[in-house]
Design a protein around this ligand. Structure first.
Ligand code: ZN
Length: 290
């Protein structure tokens, strides 16, 4: 079910913009960001994905697309880049054909499209650029590693934004928009870092449900492991966008055995992260004998 959610502070922003007589500028920014989000949704529809929640927050908007994290990194990137591409296209068209019109609102519309397009491509989580990078790293190195790397990158990016935010205040007194956005991003990143284990657990459970409906081997890839591979390593390599089939070579029989990712993860969720693949296979063979 699709729902639109307004952050209470968004209403405060409207009141402030009316009080400062900046309603026109506020409305233009709102339209640009709405078009940006709309394009994420339209492109995701092409891939048969649906938007479940459209959040309107004081520093922007966010469309939550169901099952996006279970798509290939290329599909994720196409959906995520659609927003910045439409902004940069509107900037390109605007600056080629309409820049000569003497109207401050048109100029604002053109420039804001450029700034919003470029800003969203920054490698900061949860901006589009950050999420594209997260998708690719997670696909090859696992979600935990992906999140760790993108949060580290975001730290540097947010610091740079804060430096630019200070410069902005010096040149345009009372304009602290960049600083506000950087503090919001800092808050989101802190929350994400605290919840990373919970997020992984949620991803595992949701992927299980998603896989039930999808063709199981659409995203399959094989990984060779050995009997001493720890469960912790299996969880660290868990990627939401690929379905791993583990191949284990028995040292004494030289036979290769296939283990399906979800069977192994089910076992880990029930029995804990202590242990190795050897424990799993022993239990499986005992159950087979029984
Ligand atoms: Zn976006």
């Amino acid at each position: 079910m699709f729902k639109v959610w307004f952050h209470p502070l968004f209403i405060v922003c409207i009141i402030i913009s009316i009080a400062l007589r900046k309603m026109g500028q506020f409305f233009i920014l709102f339209i640009i960001i709405t078009i940006h989000e709309l394009f994420h949704i339209l492109v995701s529809k092409k891939f048969h994905l649906t938007c479940t929640k459209w959040s309107i927050i004081p520093v922007g908007q966010m469309a939550s697309i169901k099952n996006l994290e279970f798509q290939s990194p290329l599909k994720q990137s196409i959906i995520l880049i659609a927003g910045p591409i439409i902004n940069l296209s509107m900037w390109g068209i605007g600056s080629s054909f309409f820049i000569s019109i003497e109207n401050s609102y048109i100029h604002l519309f053109i420039m804001a499209n450029f700034i919003i397009g470029i800003f969203n491509l920054l490698p900061i989580y949860p901006l589009d650029g950050g999420r594209i990078l997260y998708g690719w790293i997670s696909h090859y190195r696992g979600n935990l590693c992906g999140m760790k790397k993108i949060l580290k990158m975001s730290r540097y990016g947010i610091f740079a934004l804060q430096v630019f935010g200070m410069i902005q205040i010096i040149f345009y007194p009372f304009n602290c928009s960049l600083l506000l956005v950087s503090f919001y991003l800092m808050y989101i990143n802190k929350k994400q870092k605290l919840c990373s284990t919970y997020e992984l657990y949620k991803l595992i459970l949701n992927k299980k449900q998603y896989m039930r409906k999808k063709e199981l081997f659409e995203l399959a890839s094989c990984t060779v492991i050995d009997l001493n591979t720890s469960f912790l390593k299996i969880l660290q390599c868990f990627s939401s966008s690929r379905y791993t089939i583990f191949l284990v070579c028995h040292p004494w029989t030289q036979q290769v055995q296939m283990i399906f990712e979800m069977d192994l993860i089910d076992y880990i969720l029930k029995n804990g992260v202590e242990g190795t693949v050897r424990d799993y296979l022993q239990i499986q063979s005992q159950q087979g004998k029984n």
